[in-house]
Design a protein. Structure first.
Length: 225
């Protein structure tokens, strides 16, 4: 699942999407396509540790409003389609992004979906945000259902010759007391359209959910008009 954020470009590919505010300066209608060795969303693999092909379309107005959609294959013939819309604006040196997103799994056994509203901000090398789940296909489940809150904070820096380095920490607070809250972290290096990342979560399991995972991702953005 992919949420709109203000973290720089493709640095957090496969867990975040390109900033609508930044793209608005280039073209109102843009596309993106990517390939990742493992689709990891908020600390968990959604492709069963297999590769995934991903891509999307975004339209940005000069006013700061945007809409978009994004696709990815998952596992066992399933796929994900996200649809989102929001508003990005600046207050001084700080950029804000507020919106709504729905994550849809059309061919899953229960026609799954999760709906969120989010607020993100970016300041120089720092980014942070919060997402609130206001609905899902099964709001009776203890995790990934209505009332859940996800928080993240990240930082990225550009080194010499366009080499970037960064980190992100995210925390899931499930509304149901029986849900297993968890945190996850990500460290990455980026160069042009490529990102090499290490990710891990702190879930206590005996089936390898918390094992460290390394990924390589390529993401390319382009103007549609």
């Amino acid at each position: 699942m992919k949420a709109k954020t203000l973290i720089a470009s493709s640095i957090l590919a496969a867990s975040t999407v390109v900033s609508s505010v930044a793209l608005a300066e280039e073209s109102p209608f843009t596309g993106n396509i990517g390939l990742t060795s493992n689709y990891i969303w908020r600390g968990f693999t959604l492709s069963n540790d297999n590769a995934a092909i991903q891509g999307g379309l975004d339209y940005n107005w000069d006013t700061g409003f945007y809409v978009g959609t994004w696709l990815s294959n998952l596992y066992d013939g399933q796929y994900e389609i996200d649809v989102y819309g929001g508003y990005g604006f600046d207050v001084g040196a700080t950029s804000f992004d507020v919106g709504v997103i729905t994550y849809q799994l059309p061919v899953s056994p229960d026609d799954g979906y999760v709906n969120e509203t989010y607020l993100n901000f970016g300041w120089q090398w720092l980014s942070a945000g919060v997402a609130y789940t206001f609905g899902s296909n099964d709001d009776d489940t203890v995790e990934f259902s209505k009332g859940d809150i996800y928080l993240y904070v990240g930082a990225d820096f550009e080194l010499k010759n366009g080499l970037g380095v960064g980190a992100l920490y995210g925390d899931y607070d499930f509304d149901d007391a029986n849900g297993v809250d968890y945190g996850h972290w990500k460290l990455y290096l980026s160069k042009s359209d490529f990102t090499f990342a290490y990710e891990q979560n702190d879930v206590d399991s005996n089936i390898g959910l918390e094992d460290p995972r390394f990924t390589v991702t390529y993401t390319k953005s382009f103007d549609m008009l």
